[in-house]
Design a protein around this ligand. Structure first.
Ligand code: AMP
Length: 114
């Protein structure tokens, strides 16, 4: 049976630099940061990505955004600004099939993204 990397991190079976966690969400530092501050926020419950956010599961998005805003505040990013990214599927470069929100900041971020 295959295991999910972010389920393993959320459960504590794989170590990560966790900056905040509650009953529903875990926020931890990206191991390969693309900005001075790069945090990932994941729901504890396994959901593979945005395409699966349908029906009652849509409510997960509210909590995910709220946890992302809390992470941005905790990282001191709120005054200067920051970016949320959720990659969905191959074309967007999603590499881990567990819904996750990237919180990026600490430098000017170019637009549009590549
Ligand atoms: P995505 O490409 O949108 O699926 O994002 C997956 C992210 O997970 C990438 O930015 C990776 O650097 C990050 N990542 C992969 N393995 C780990 C890990 N063990 N701990 C923290 N972040 C990780």
């Amino acid at each position: 049976m295959s295991t999910c990397l972010f389920c393993e991190i959320a459960s504590g079976r794989i170590k990560a630099e966790i900056i905040h966690q509650d009953d529903d969400y875990v926020a931890f530092r990206d191991v390969n940061p693309k900005a001075p501050s790069h945090v990932l926020v994941v729901p504890r419950r396994h959901i593979s990505g945005l395409n699966e956010l349908v029906g009652p599961d849509c409510g997960l998005a509210d909590g995910l955004l709220g946890a992302g805003v809390a992470a941005a505040h905790a990282e001191g990013l709120a005054p200067g600004g920051y970016r949320f990214v959720i990659n969905c599927g191959e074309d967007a470069g999603q590499s881990v099939a567990h819904l996750h929100l990237h919180v990026l900041g600490g430098r000017p971020l170019a637009w549009p993204p590549g």
